[in-house]
Design a protein around this ligand. Structure first.
Ligand code: SUG
Length: 447
């Protein structure tokens, strides 16, 4: 059946800041406690959506979460008016205020794992919201993410929503960032590759320096829940050495689109074996575009996020790469990309660069900011009937004006105790739910 890959991007939230919260994420650690520009961050993300939409690629948008998460702070014993809660936590536990203020829900590649209807036994699109237990600030995203996805993909004839897995490191699940899909084209049955960093129950190599976030047990559970067609799921381990070099998610070093895998050879411990497994499971020819250490070092790949580029189908089988601007400034990344485009043996015909520096400073590149959802015509219609999250020029203009009206131009982690930030954020989100046609979504919107 004909189907589109729709990239749903997370809008950057009003509290975008550099709290240095993400362990194993080198950019986040390096930016820790510097000042951010939330307005610029949100506009950079919006311009990416517009560019892809202008290229004829289907684009959607998902709203940010309500931050600071006062409801979480209340569960931890802070009491009084919202402003009092924030003042108190800022004094006694500033790290907790930072965790509850992160705008990390923008990286919607970690929102959920999604299996298109062509891949599943029941012919429905399956969603499992990621529980993200390895980082406190991310573990508090799951409930609102569930509410958002259930609202956007609400038609039960087409969409199945699974609860997040039990919130424990045993079932640590990071969503689509550790999931890849191969297919002859988007509408045909594919092979889903679940990439894990460690096992909670089996004795396999693990990183020594940084945590591996995704567990094999979580990946196996999701493959079962999604009822992936027999023999069409694969489990592949991330290279522990790559996790230790800062590749905290698979998508830091690898990206697929249809029959192409673009990756750094250090992503997997045994790349030859990984390619052979994928080739066998697919049964159709796969282009492996593999960079070796001689092309770009692992450290430079992590610094530039070359493999966190978006790999997108343009028309027919032609594809493009949307790479972070940091790649254009890196001789090895840029040279490698130029070589790919010149090589007629692969379907990639075009490279573009995108400025996402505000997000990149927290370790979030182009691919982190989007959740891919492959939808057939009737499935896409069902989404469009229900809300206004599918991008067009008019929505772009409204969102741009909304960002310019509400977002601050400078925010430092020490500003998070300002109760005005909570008020500003809520006023903006309240307006946003109207723009996106989502109704009341957040706790603060309910009596
Ligand atoms: O979970 N950064 C995110 C970046 C997520 C990138 N996503 C993918 N690779 N798909 C993370 O590490 C930093 C937040 C802070 O430090 O305030 C952060 O959470």
């Amino acid at each position: 059946m004909n189907a589109y890959e729709v990239n749903f991007d997370g809008l950057v939230g009003l509290t975008h800041n550099y709290g240095g919260l993400a362990v194993g994420n080198i950019a986040s650690a390096e930016s820790a406690l510097t000042s951010s520009n939330p307005r610029e961050a949100a506009l950079q993300g919006l311009e990416k959506m517009k560019r892809l939409s202008d290229l004829g690629i289907r684009q959607g948008v998902l709203p940010p979460q309500d931050r600071p998460a006062v409801s979480v702070l209340r569960k931890l014993g802070f009491v009084g008016e919202d402003a009092a809660v924030i003042r108190c936590v800022a004094t006694v536990a500033p790290g907790l205020l930072r965790a509850c203020s992160s705008a990390s829900s923008m990286w919607v590649a970690n929102a959920a794992t999604v299996s298109p209807s062509a891949d599943t036994e029941d012919g429905k699109v399956h969603f499992t919201v990621a529980n993200l237990p390895s980082q406190l600030h991310r573990s508090i995203e799951a409930s609102v993410t569930s509410a958002v996805l259930k609202r956007v993909f609400s038609d039960e004839r087409y969409f199945v929503h699974h609860d997040p897995l039990p919130s424990n490191l045993y079932f640590g699940d990071e969503g689509a960032a550790n999931h890849m899909r191969f297919c002859p084209n988007h509408g045909e049955a594919g092979v889903e590759v679940f990439v894990f960093g460690r096992s909670a129950s089996r004795d396999i190599p693990k990183p020594l320096r940084f945590p591996a976030r995704q567990s094999l047990e979580a990946s196996e559970a999701i493959a079962r829940l999604h009822r992936i067609k027999r023999g069409k799921e694969l489990f592949v381990q991330q290279n522990p050495a790559a996790v230790d070099a800062g590749a905290f998610h698979n998508d830091v070093l690898a990206v697929t689109n249809c029959n192409v895998l673009f990756y750094h050879h250090a992503a997997y411990p045994e790349w030859e074996e990984t390619e052979a497994k994928i080739t066998k499971a697919c049964g159709w020819p796969v282009h492996f575009i593999r960079a070796g250490e001689e092309d770009i070092t692992l450290a430079e790949a992590v610094r530039t996020y070359l493999f966190n580029s978006q790999l997108l189908t343009l028309r027919g089988n032609e594809m493009m790469i949307l790479a972070p601007a940091e790649c254009q400034e890196s001789d090895s990344a840029r040279t490698f990309l130029e070589r790919i485009v010149q090589d007629g043996a692969n379907p990639i015909v075009h490279v573009e660069y995108v400025n996402l520096r505000q997000s990149m400073k927290n370790g979030g590149g182009p691919a982190c900011l989007r959740l891919r959802v492959v939808l057939t015509e009737p499935e896409l219609d069902a989404v469009q009937k229900n809300s206004r999250v599918v991008f067009d020029e008019c929505l772009y203009n409204e969102l741009k004006a909304w960002i310019e009206k509400h977002y601050r131009e400078r925010l430092s982690p020490t500003d998070l105790d300002d109760p005005a930030l909570l008020r500003e954020s809520r006023a903006a989100l309240d307006e946003l739910t109207t723009i996106l046609g989502l109704g009341s979504l957040y706790d603060f919107q309910r009596p």
